[in-house]
Design a protein around this ligand. Structure first.
Ligand SMILES: [Zn+2]
Length: 230
């Protein structure tokens, strides 16, 4: 499926990232038909998405656990994520972030987030991809929610030997890099409503590792959001 999508994209660079159909210049990269038929799972009133909340229940005090699209193998969400991550289309993330924000507002979300932080991408992937897809989503959401996307506060840092020894989570993640708060920027968090964003959540361990760092700071509140969830 992914290979077929790559071939289609190569032959028809102007096709919709969701259905591969024709897409007008002003609707690129996702056609209006796809935008209105996304498998959105936000409900009214905006409460916590139960399957997502369950992953963090008893572990972290979160204000909102927000999820936008249902992920199904071979479904439109998978095609959009593939375009976002592997076909050099950060604009897919920005549009989906805006649609996510619209859906949240439509369903009554009133929380005002001061900062929307993407889960940082591993440096080797960032080098290869050229952009952090979660930051693309964060930018779209920030536009829609009149907030600010920031990828300077939560960062990846090279693991020191002591960090590697002490952190169970870091060992599970096994990345040679760990998450950290940038000392020059972390005071921006003080007294602020923070929303942490990723493209897709599977086990939730990456999100949890980042949320644990953030909640140690005197934030006003911490929420998490994922563009897609299985
Ligand atoms: Zn389409």
């Amino acid at each position: 499926m992914d290979l077929l999508q790559d071939v289609v994209n190569l032959l028809f660079p102007d096709s919709c990232a969701g259905c591969f159909g024709d897409v007008g210049q002003n609707e690129k990269p996702i056609c209006y038909s796809c935008r209105t038929s996304l498998p959105a799972i936000v409900s009214r009133p905006v409460g916590n998405h139960a399957p997502l909340e369950k992953k963090f229940l008893g572990l972290l005090p979160l204000l909102h656990c927000l999820a936008f699209l249902k992920f199904q193998k071979g479904g439109i969400t998978q095609r959009l994520l593939h375009a976002l991550k592997y076909q050099n289309q950060p604009d897919v993330g920005e549009i989906l972030g805006r649609l996510f924000a619209e859906e949240l507002k439509f369903n009554g979300l009133t929380t005002r987030f001061d900062y929307i932080l993407p889960i940082p991408l591993h440096s080797s992937k960032l080098k290869k991809r050229g952009y952090n897809q979660a930051m693309a989503i964060a930018r779209g959401m920030a536009e829609g929610l009149e907030s600010e996307a920031n990828d300077q506060i939560l960062i990846r840092a090279r693991a020191t030997e002591t960090q590697t020894k002490k952190g169970k989570l870091e060992r599970i993640l096994n990345v040679g890099e760990v998450f950290a708060l940038d000392p020059e920027h972390k005071n921006l968090l003080h007294g602020k409503q923070i929303l942490l964003v990723d493209d897709v959540i599977t086990t939730g361990s990456t999100m949890e590792a980042c949320a644990r760092l953030l909640i140690q700071e005197p934030v006003a509140g911490l929420s998490v959001a994922t563009l897609a969830i299985a």
